[in-house]
Design a protein around this ligand. Structure first.
Ligand SMILES: Cc1ncc(COP(=O)(O)O)c(C=O)c1O
Length: 470
């Protein structure tokens, strides 16, 4: 079963207030237990109503099966909590898979999107809007990118990486040995084993997991995989560049995640990342850091590459971002560091109808503003540590250790029972995700509080030992 829970709805702010007792359509009390008075280990089975089952049956009739059967049908959220259509409340430690940075229905987010919708929701790229321009400037500033850096906006993580890969292709054409008119060979793009970059054809070509890549092969040619974290594999790939029968085309780019999120929240060794930077510099190859999951405060810095314990202190040439940037509105993009690289994207060479959409840009500005104003980078670091320590101190023998940084954590389990553990947690009011058979992923909203973490840990601590393996 696939368990991506990536469709968190933003409900009406007033209706979503847990303090308000409302009555659901079926005459049930919609908000059954307030955060303050609830026992975090009360099982949800006895609270479930019939609406969920009915709507899930309807879902299956009209959706293709790529997401499997969703776990619940959700109704509305507020802060770190979300409620299903039967009125069951969940503490959300997944936040739409690292998307809802400032929680559900944040009043400022709701106000911004309403106001922007009343002004202009979409223009086309024949025109620009102020939020789009301000957002690009803000992201360049937050990334500390040099003068001459430029942003491309898309609508998802995969599209962000498509843009980066296209830029790498254009860069590759400028490299000696790649010019086809001179009998050159196509430049290559190196991607890492266990990496995940999205499901569009280009991004999928650089995505490791055979089960999702193989059904679509042949994909984009000249993308090659190297062993994540292994310098020999890295050096050998570059060393294959050369003339003659056996030589291959030059390396245009290496694309990598500093924490391999979908592979089970696995940070790369920062010395390895620095070695990638060095060999890219020596060969005029680009280093593309995919921060779709790690970016926008998730690891406790605006971008994960700004953490020396992840990047070894090096700066990428291209950073891609998406998930958390607009706090729940679909948006992604990339920053090309420096003028020379940015100049490769000339009019007409890439684009998308919705790129830089003002609704997305305005709520992204609000999301970044709230993160800045409310000190949420520090909160991500502090709550992340509290969560890590709480999990390890919980005494649950199912937990071996915790990986990750800030509020992107993976609990290594002693047995491959992550699905059953996720289901148990869900039934007890906590949303987490089995990112691998032996790993639970936690990625709560950056606004998560000390009390939320205590509550979440108290549920995790009680996950039983006798769960079936996946
Ligand atoms: C590191 C990384 N890159 C790219 C993607 C693809 O993003 P999207 O699903 O928005 O296309 C993801 C999604 O999980 C991701 O984690």
């Amino acid at each position: 079963m696939i368990v991506d829970i990536n469709h968190g709805d933003v409900g009406d702010a007033a209706a979503a207030d847990p303090a308000i007792e409302t009555t659901g359509e079926a005459g049930q009390t919609a908000l059954r237990h307030g955060a303050q008075d609830r026992d975090p280990v009360v099982a949800h089975e006895d609270l479930e109503g019939e609406q969920d089952k009915e709507w899930l049956a309807r879902y299956e009739q009209v959706h293709v099966g790529v997401f499997g059967t969703p776990l619940r049908v959700m109704d509305h959220g507020k802060g770190t909590r979300i409620w299903d259509i039967d009125g069951n409340e969940y503490l959300d430690f997944l936040a739409g898979i690292a998307v809802n940075s400032i929680g559900y229905a944040h009043p400022q987010w709701v106000r911004t999107i309403s106001e922007q919708a009343g002004l202009v929701a979409h223009t086309s790229n024949y025109f620009a809007t102020k939020p789009q321009i301000e957002l690009a400037a803000k992201l360049i500033e937050l990334a500390g990118a040099p003068d001459g850096s430029h942003v491309y906006f898309g609508n998802s993580g995969a599209e962000a990486n498509e843009a980066a890969l296209k830029l790498a292709k254009l860069h590759g054409r400028t490299l000696p040995g790649a010019a086809s008119s001179l009998g050159g060979k196509p430049a290559r793009i190196l991607a890492l084993t266990n990496g995940f970059h999205g499901r569009t054809m280009g991004a999928l070509s650089a995505t490791w997991k055979p089960a999702i890549r193989k059904p679509y092969e042949p994909l984009v040619p000249s993308v090659q995989f190297i062993e994540a974290g292994d310098r020999v594999s890295l050096f050998e790939a570059f060393a294959r560049t050369g003339k003659g029968k056996y030589g291959e085309g030059p390396v245009a780019a290496v694309i990598l995640e500093l924490i391999q999120g979908e592979a089970g929240v696995r940070p790369l060794d920062p010395d390895y990342v620095a070695a990638v930077r060095n060999i890219c510099d020596a060969n005029n190859a680009l280093m593309i850091v995919d921060e779709v999951q790690t970016g926008i405060g998730r690891t406790g810095q605006w971008f994960a590459f700004q953490r020396e314990d992840l990047s070894g202190g090096v700066t990428p040439d291209v950073v891609t971002f998406a998930k958390g940037v607009a706090g729940g509105f679909p948006m992604g993009g990339m920053i090309a560091f420096g003028q020379k690289l940015s100049d490769l994207f000339t009019p007409g060479i890439h684009g998308s109808t919705f790129a830089g959409n003002p609704l997305g840009a305005s709520v992204a500005l609000t999301t970044l503003g709230v993160i800045e104003r409310d000190g949420l980078l520090a909160n991500a670091r502090e709550r992340g540590e509290q969560l890590r320590e709480g999990i390890m101190a919980s005494g649950n023998p199912l937990f071996e250790y915790v990986r990750g940084r800030g509020l992107l954590l993976g609990i290594q389990l002693t047995r491959p029972c992550a699905h059953a553990a996720m289901n148990w947690a869900l039934e007890h009011g906590l949303i987490v995700n089995p990112v691998a058979p032996d790993t639970l992923r936690l990625a709560p909203a950056l606004i998560v509080s000390e009390a939320d973490v205590r509550e979440g840990v108290s549920i995790l601590a009680r996950i039983p030992q006798d769960l079936p393996n996946d």
